[in-house]
Design a protein around this ligand. Sequence first.
Ligand code: FE2
Length: 317
Amino acid sequence: MDILGIGYLMFEALNPAEWRAFGTDILGMGQWTPSQDNDGTVYLTMDDRRYRIAIQCGSEDRLATIGWEIKNRTGFEDALRKLERLGVAYTLGDPALCQKRGVFQLARFSDPVGYQHEIFFAQKWGYRSFVPSRPGVAFDCGDDGDQGIGHVVLAAPSYDEELENFLKAVLGFSWYGYGGGPNVGFWNAKLSKRSHVIAYVKVPGMIGIQHLGIFARSLDDVGMAYDAVLSNDIPLQQTLGRHVQDPIISFYVQTPTGCALEYCWEFERFAKLGFETIPERISLWGHKRVGPIVGPSVRPVKTNVLEQERETVNASK
Ligand SMILES: [Fe+2]
């Protein structure tokens, strides 16, 4: 599939207003407000796209959907043919859902673990529409927004051949490496210019998002967000630090969902190697763990399966 990256993320939350305050006051994101039919969903902006992260009211705090951006209409049609050829069950977004997402067309399906994915093309945007909540803050979603939000790391009860096949054969991702160790698999999208867009970490019996990574355009943006985290006593997961495999300076802060958010700055463009490496250490300096590496967003499988079944029922209404 001609996937660029994560175009949007949908969360469910008991209190979306917590995410509004976190996204704007702490992270510096902007907001988009629907002119009509607002059901209480909070839309956070990172660039000129209508939104990048949306938080809708739900019965628990969790990641609901990963929205993968396909390059264009013909790429989307190719992707649907691929899903059919490989026997992956999907549903096309009806006009109401496409309007709610702000995209031309989407298709929805699940991965073998149970996470919900959507592929889409043509998301709404406004020329020079981005207004950050902290003056001067700019997010790096790639030139013209083509690289999207960044990455997600998801817990999986098992990391097996079926999941690998889904990532390789269905989504068309390429293997990046183990990163932190043998229980984590990092993958990259076909048209991504970064090192990875998704990782699954094996956590027996558990499911849920462990962290998401977003990118700012300068070290100052990272520093100002770090100050906002510290001055508002928001729990940190890892202090400011510098990764080795990626040219990234970042810190990890706990979100209202309970997962961490890695606030990154890519200090030089990621240069792909033609072979796989494994670092002696993940970080050159910093990234001291000061909070749980797996937060309350990662829960026993049974709970989330029930939630997903309930969502499927609701979606079919
Ligand atoms: Fe990360």
